[in-house]
Design a protein around this ligand. Structure first.
Ligand code: HEM
Length: 568
């Protein structure tokens, strides 16, 4: 869901922050293998130990996420009241720095980090915010969730998705309970149950795409992500006009969720509210049927809804049809826009993958052959193909938990795409208690804008200093895949890269529940391309991905051709 998290939609540009606050939803349950874990230290340490640990953290960067952080309120033993507040400017009255921030998030942050350090003040969307730009800050902010900080979202999203449900994310007890319940839909067994549908959906789309001369990337990914979300969350099984109408209503809903809460005919909020009601009507019967199936003991657990219906009852509290419907709405919202944005880049960059990933095929003669062919637009997927060839030889062409687990290179490709161009650029929190960050006092009541994107840009595990002179460092530059795109870094344990390095799925207790589901979709997509297709960019010009993931990316239409090839 593009709105759960990070990047603000452009139509929110001029509102006040209280009208556009980012979203996010519920849940703790079963997190994927190397999800970032934030541990609370047992006791406060002396200033020297704290300083040494800080140095270690600076050098280890986000790697420290995986072994826990120190989020005592004061780091150096100085009383909080004596610490200075972060520096920064508010720029123009009312407008603050919104325009500069929106024009280019990288440059805006980079200039200020150089001047004020990694935590600074700004004014965005009419509100004073404290901007946090490095992993140490992210660890403190997200590690402090429910204690130092509190999750926040836009009032409009809260109104549309149910205040009781959204409000649960703000309080520790209700959030943890919600997360336990919802987490039942994201266990490895649940993932097994979703896999056939993911495979079937991908097969249908590839069949359709390969029958066409070319597909327009953005609308194609919109349809695919909606099908994934609808099919996996609720499983209506609708086709044709009925599905097209639901997608239309879904688009009306999701593109108008961050707005002023003004329910008058013609307002964006009104459009979103009406679309929401249409969707709830469309799913209500299905939801009621699933609940009845569960009560009769005949439920087949193959969608998130079926797990929610079961888990809630197993937890001692049966969810009624309305609550289940709101869960469905929320999870479709959480999963569809974010996945759409990510799949778009995942498939969109394939024709431009650099030969550096080719491995043993990247010989002098193959390079010469490519030069002779003179067609640099042909997708260079050899290393992925090689991995798939091995998996098919060992497990056959079907997809199983074991086969998926062996797709390590596909996993690394998906991660590397998200690291460079993850859809969640930033998240918001409110401050519950004063605390110290980088020697500054962060005061209760402040609003924090945590820049996931900038933190990734200066991640010392990846950056190796190439961030010093340029706002957009080479390792994050999607326009220079030869320099930036290195899936191999995820396979080398000495890099200490864990899921925190993606940042785009958040961190700590609100870490994205849908992460394993997204990765499953991404790996099946990559596996099918690698096995069966050449991907050719037929746009006529190289893809311009734009300034940042949330800024109308790609900048113009991209047309891809999926050309069937010989089986590996
Ligand atoms: C590439 C795809 C995705 C991205 C980039 C993404 C990003 C995020 C981020 C950044 C957060 C944390 C927000 C915060 O801490 O304020 C989050 C939370 C969440 N995401 Fe995702 N998400 C993706 C896919 C999904 C999918 C497919 C689902 C489910 C179908 C999902 C469900 C959730 C839920 C339920 C939460 C709330 C967890 C909590 O608050 O405890 N996400 N997501």
């Amino acid at each position: 869901m593009a709105g759960w998290n990070a990047s603000l939609p452009s139509h929110c540009a001029s509102g006040s922050l209280s009208d556009v606050r980012i979203k996010v939803v519920p849940s703790t349950a079963v997190l994927p293998g190397r999800a970032p874990v934030l541990r609370v230290p047992q006791k406060k340490r002396c200033p020297t130990a704290a300083a040494q640990s800080r140095d270690r953290d600076v050098h280890a960067g986000a790697a420290s996420t995986s072994r826990g952080i120190e989020w005592d309120k004061t780091e150096a033993g100085t009383p909080l009241e004596e610490l200075p507040e972060p520096e920064g400017n508010f720029s123009l009255p009312f407008l603050g720095e919104t325009a500069e921030f929106q024009a280019n998030h990288w440059e805006w942050a980079h200039k200020r980090v150089k001047k004020f350090g990694p935590v600074f003040k700004s004014n965005i969307f009419g509100e004073d915010v404290i901007v946090v730009t490095d992993f140490i800050g992210l660890q403190k902010v997200f590690g402090g969730d429910h204690k130092l900080t509190q999750w926040m979202t836009a009032p409009s999203l809260e109104a549309l998705c149910g205040e009781e449900m959204m409000g649960a994310s703000k309080q520790k007890e209700s959030h943890m309970k919600q997360r336990r319940q919802q987490g039942a839909a994201f266990t490895p067994d649940a993932m097994d149950a979703y896999l056939p549908r993911v495979v079937e959906t991908c097969e249908e789309y590839f069949k359709d795409w390969s029958a066409q001369e070319s597909i327009n990337l953005v609308p194609a990914m919109q349809a695919l992500a909606f099908d994934f979300a609808e099919g996996l969350v609720v499983g209506l099984g609708i086709k044709g006009e009925e599905k097209a109408l639901l997608l239309k209503k879904w688009t009306e809903f999701s593109s108008n969720t961050f707005t002023f809460v003004l329910d008058l005919p013609g307002t964006p909020f009104n459009k979103a509210r009406r679309a929401r009601d249409f969707i709830l009507d469309a799913i209500r019967e299905r939801v009621a049927a699933k609940k009845a199936e569960f009560e009769a003991g005949t439920v087949k657990k193959d969608t998130l809804l079926s797990f929610f219906a079961s888990a809630k009852v197993e937890d001692g509290e049966a969810l009624n049809v309305h609550d289940l419907s709101m869960n469905v709405l929320l999870f479709m919202f959480a999963g569809s826009d974010t996945s759409r944005e990510s799949h778009k880049v995942l498939l969109g960059i394939l024709p431009d993958l650099p030969p550096t990933i080719i491995n043993k095929y990247d010989t002098a003669s193959s390079r010469a052959q490519r030069r002779n062919l003179g067609d640099s637009r042909y997708c260079k997927l050899e290393k992925l193909r090689e991995e798939q060839a091995g998996i098919v030889a060992r497990h056959g062409t079907g997809f199983s938990r074991t086969a998926m687990a062996e797709m390590r290179y596909a996993d690394a490709v998906a991660r590397e795409v998200l690291r460079i161009w993850g859809p969640a650029e930033f998240l918001f929190r409110t401050v519950k208690e004063d605390f110290e960050l980088h020697g500054k006092r962060i005061k209760k009541g402040a609003v924090i804008l945590a820049s996931l994107m900038y933190a990734k840009a200066c991640d010392p595990r990846v950056s190796a200093g190439d961030h010093a002179d340029s706002a957009l460092p080479r390792h994050m530059d999607i326009g220079r895949l030869h320099d930036s795109f290195k899936p191999e870094r995820w396979l080398d344990d000495s890099n200490k890269l864990d899921t925190s390095a993606l940042a785009t799925f958040g961190m700590g207790v609100h870490f994205c529940l849908g992460y394993p589901l997204y990765m499953m979709e991404a790996k099946v997509l990559l596996a099918m391309v690698a096995r069966d297709y050449d991907v050719i960019n037929v746009t006529g010009s190289p893809t311009d991905w734009g300034i940042s993931p949330s800024k109308g990316s790609p900048a113009s239409d991209v047309f891809l051709r999926f050309k069937p090839r010989q089986h590996v």
